[in-house]
Design a protein around this ligand. Structure first.
Ligand code: HEC
Length: 115
């Protein structure tokens, strides 16, 4: 992410493309194979997989933007969308408190004491 940031900052479109392309190809955890799936992945809520997909999609979008005509505005926006996905997923899953089976609800959101 740092490399991506510095590449974007100093107008190195090829560098941005390289890093974003790598990000979009990172191995992802597979969605469980139906309700009978007993892999550890089946304990993750759908939202996690959706955020993984969103990350890859936003990384691909950034590659497309830097592969076109150089456009600072578009690069900044695409970079921002990618970073937003990182933050959203961390907000939800980084500290592990939300990763429990079928925990799709955000019922504790905003309740500092529970977090
Ligand atoms: C699909 C959800 C998800 C997305 C999207 C995501 N992360 Fe994470 N990230 C996690 C989780 C969960 C952990 C904690 C993993 C662990 O503890 O092993 C983590 C851990 C990390 C860590 C290590 C932090 C630590 O304290 O050890 C870094 C650095 C990190 N992510 C960077 C990023 C960046 C940069 C992006 C966006 C380009 C990103 N992540 C996108 C879920 C995500």
């Amino acid at each position: 992410m740092q490399q991506l940031f510095w590449s974007a900052l100093f107008l190195d479109d090829a560098g941005v493309s390289l890093v974003a392309d790598e990000m979009s190809r990172e191995p992802r955890l597979a969605r469980p194979n139906g309700p009978a799936d007993e892999t550890v992945n089946s304990s993750l809520p759908e939202e996690f997989f959706a955020l993984q997909d969103e990350l890859a999609k936003n990384a691909q979008a950034l590659v497309r933007v830097v592969s076109a005509r150089h456009d600072a505005e578009a690069i900044g926006e695409a970079y921002g969308r990618l970073a937003t996905t990182c933050v959203r997923c961390h907000e939800r899953f980084l500290y592990g408190t939300s990763v429990t089976p079928n925990d799709h609800a955000l019922e504790n959101e905003g309740d500092e004491e529970v977090r």
